[in-house]
Design a protein around this ligand. Structure first.
Ligand SMILES: [Zn+2]
Length: 181
């Protein structure tokens, strides 16, 4: 998708090379689980070929990701400012990404797509819960409705995501009514 991130590792000259690109929300929203509404992120990948089979990647991402506030569901801008470094070794026939610091890719790969690494670097750096810092910054209309439905709402916790997709969460029903008014 982002061709610049497809690193031609097999034919890469020894030494350090820099790849720069810009990614938007389409880069992150590969599945419905991610709630990236907008993204504006500059990505720099420095790839150093250290030997025939070893490389070092230094990924830097800077910009903004807009997601939903957990409290009021309005847009929430989160700054992105994250670096990730990892070593890559080509050996064998199996991909092994179980180690955060060393990625093992099959020795016959000519290309390494750094896009999934960049995506994870940004998404994993996002806080688990994200709300407007001050409750006053949240959408007051939504908070009112949520308050009035608190008694029937599902308990906070892991159910949230599932409920959002099924649309049975009473808070969503409440919001729907709010929009219809
Ligand atoms: Zn909010």
């Amino acid at each position: 998708m982002v061709d610049a991130l497809k690193l031609k590792i097999k034919t890469l000259p020894f030494g350090t090379h820099t790849v720069e690109c810009h990614v938007d929300e389409s880069f992150f929203n590969l599945d419905e689980q991610n709630e990236v509404r907008r993204a504006d992120v500059d990505v720099t990948v420095q790839v150093t070929r250290k030997s025939e089979n070893t490389y070092r990647l230094e990924i830097s991402c800077h910009g903004t990701v807009t997601t939903a506030c957990d409290r009021c569901l309005d847009d929430l801008d989160l700054p992105v400012d994250v670096d990730y470094r990892l070593n890559v070794e080509q050996m064998g026939t199996e991909l092994d990404d179980s180690n955060d610091e060393l990625l093992i890719v099959p020795s016959d790969w000519r290309e390494l797509d750094a896009a999934p690494l960049v995506r994870d670097t940004v998404l994993l750096a996002m806080p688990m819960t994200h709300c407007h810092e001050n409750e006053e910054d949240c959408n007051p209309d939504v908070l009112d409705v949520l308050d009035s439905h608190r008694a029937e709402a599902v308990p906070d916790g892991d159910d949230d995501q599932q409920s959002e997709t099924t649309g049975t969460d009473p808070r969503w029903e409440a919001l729907k009514k709010l929009k219809e008014q």
